[in-house]
Design a protein around this ligand. Structure first.
Ligand SMILES: Cc1ncc(COP(=O)(O)O)c(C=O)c1O
Length: 397
């Protein structure tokens, strides 16, 4: 199943005036990342054979499955947010400032001086735990009840304490916020709510490094016509909105959000009265675990609402098809290991291309034989057991 909705709030040239704009304009984001010892730009992969099969001109995949050895893009956000939090903490204590180049490779904090806390479907929590461990600090990570073992274990392996709540991702967010307040822990959430805005802004801004890498590599050699981008709480999508509206000047790519059918909170919000963010009431149980979020991030939403062109939801079978296409390339296309949430962008593209009555929409979105499409493989096989079952060794019928 696939649903799509053209955005009636799209503005040609949105003028955003809020606090998050100042954060997006920070000039220290890329510097912070490039001084992290594990930093290396991830690859931008051209898949000419898949593009031909799909009937489009060019297909580029930014492969975040190799980011920092964590199999997902998320640490771009958590490392920047934690850097900013600790900088403020040192300043408030009148302690000396730490040079950006030394931040993630020196022991300037006492062990466990700060306790970081967040909720996660897997990747963000692992990224927070990883950054905390680098600074010798403790992390306490809340996860929804349907989290799989491998994602829980990967977070524990970073030395974090994991608390699995009896409920959804949104329930985990609420529990983390309450417990952090009661215990005086520092919450590092990628989603935001009234009164908790600054840190999620840092996280969205941290994701800009990925878009900057893509276009440093492409320069003017290819302009992007459309980007299909997966939506969880919308922080990544908001970062794309900012980048393609404010930093990229070669063309105006169409931005298309892709969410699981069960967890399409961005789609539901754009359809709601006045396009205000709303929370889903249903259970979110897609295999695209990283996208199983029921409520858009408050600080992300204004950027998405006025810049995205279309909102789609896709059922899990499109995602499995996309994972398999990445894993079984045709001709000399490169193989890509793409986990469930990582493959969601391609799932959206496949769904749109397969939809018989969507020709008008495809034309409107510049998705056709002249188009260059960009997708982001936001995660690798973060659940290797499911990856084996779905992709490597699917049961024969
Ligand atoms: C692999 C993966 N892709 C995409 C997303 C969506 O990002 P956001 O929640 O910022 O929309 C997530 C969120 O956790 C994720 O883990």
């Amino acid at each position: 199943m696939c649903l799509y909705f053209i955005n009636r709030y799209r503005q040609k040239n949105p003028k955003w005036e809020n606090e998050a704009c100042l954060v997006f304009e920070n000039t220290d984001i890329f510097d912070l990342h490039r001084f992290i010892p594990e930093y290396k730009p991830t690859q931008l992969i051209n898949l000419p054979n898949l593009a031909k099969t799909l009937g489009i001109k060019q297909l580029f995949i930014k492969d975040e499955s190799f980011r920092f050895g964590l199999k997902a893009f998320k640490a771009l956000g958590s490392t920047y947010a934690i850097y900013r939090i600790v900088k403020d903490y040192l300043r408030n204590q009148n302690r000396p400032e730490i040079k950006i180049e030394n931040f993630y490779n020196s022991n300037f904090l006492k062990p466990n001086e700060i306790k970081f806390c967040t909720a996660t479907d897997g990747n963000h929590g692992r990224a927070v735990a990883w950054a905390a461990r680098k600074l010798r600090q403790k992390a306490i990570i809340y996860m929804p009840g349907n989290s799989v073992n491998s994602r829980i274990e990967n977070i524990r392996l970073e030395g974090a304490e994991v608390i699995v709540v009896d409920g959804s991702y949104d329930d985990a967010v609420n529990r983390a916020a309450v417990d952090a307040k009661n215990h005086g822990w520092q919450i590092v959430s990628d989603t935001s709510w009234p009164g908790y805005e600054k840190i999620p802004q840092y996280i969205m801004a941290g994701y800009l490094t990925m878009f900057r890498e893509i276009h440093q590599e492409l320069e003017e050699s290819a302009t992007i016509d459309a980007l299909f981008i997966q939506g969880g709480v919308g922080a990544l999508a908001a970062s794309a909105s900012w980048f393609y509206n404010k930093e990229y000047h070669f063309s105006t790519p169409k931005l298309i959000s892709v969410e699981p059918t069960d967890a399409a909170c961005l789609l539901a919000s754009i359809k709601s009265k006045d396009g205000l963010p709303i929370s889903l009431k249903n259970v979110q149980n897609s295999i695209m675990a990283g996208l199983n979020c029921g409520t858009p991030s408050l600080v992300a939403w204004p950027f998405i609402k006025t810049r995205f062109d279309m909102f789609m939801s896709v059922s899990d079978e499109f995602c499995v098809d996309a994972m398999k296409r990445y894993y079984n390339p045709t001709g000399d296309d490169r193989q890509i290991i793409s986990g469930e949430s990582g493959a969601a962008g391609l799932a959206g593209l496949l769904a749109l291309l397969n939809h018989k009555s969507a020709q008008v929409i495809r034309n409107k979105l510049n998705v056709g034989d002249e188009s260059t499409i960009l997708l982001i493989n936001t995660e690798g096989d973060t659940d290797p057991v499911a990856f084996d079952t779905l992709v490597r060794k699917p049961a024969k019928l």
